[in-house]
Design a protein around this ligand. Sequence first.
Ligand code: MN
Length: 270
Amino acid sequence: MIRVTRRQVLGGSAAALLGALHPGPRLGAQTASAGPPAAQLLEDLVAANRILADQAVLDGYGHVSARHDRDPARFLMSRSLAPELVTAADVMEYGLDSEPIDPRGRPSYLERYIHGEIYRARPDVQAIVHSHSPSVIPFGVTGVPLRPLYHMSAFLAAGAPVWDIRAAAGDTDMLVRTPAIGQALARSLGSHAVVLMRGHGVVVVGSGLPHAVFRSVYTEVNAKLQAQAMGLGGPVTYLSPEEAKRAEGSVGGTLGRPWELWKRKLRRDP
Ligand code: MN
């Protein structure tokens, strides 16, 4: 039983006491950590950041996240930091509202809503990359569709939709800085592997970090090769849907090979 003294009421603390009597939703239940992620997941998330910087998909900007292995309603992502500099100590836990569970003063990426809203909309997605992958940008602004030119990018066969932030939010600074804009982007991604962001960049999703990293690297390579092929002037032959299906199946079994190579190259670096 809470005793309200005359002095407390007169002292203006009545509102606080009302709060104590009617505490409302249990905030503590929503802010408790899901617990530490598996060491391998954390190591892979740090590696993914550095690999994508090494492969020139990420530069000083962009981010990678992974769904938490202990709780599908949580994801892991670095504090606001250039990807190449990310270490395990920089990784924070986020809710699907894209807010950090225990920020302790550490700033978050402005565009974190990309991640939370896609994890919410796509239960199959375990890792997400947002980049400004340079060769992809022209395909977001010209109406020329990005299509699979060779077997490594067979995952593009279902198409890479172009999302225009202007249709969702009018004139903006182009950043996905609210949950509503993130939801519009997630709707445009739909069930695809890749969504292009007009005048900005790209989002790539995968069934795990090696998968999302692989797709990000080969989305960039395909865009570069497709522009070269179109520049040669003749008609371009793309993978047929059946070829793409078979190629994705074959290449999908070998994802560990480039992943181990890319990780090894990091260890050689100072
Ligand atoms: Mn961005």
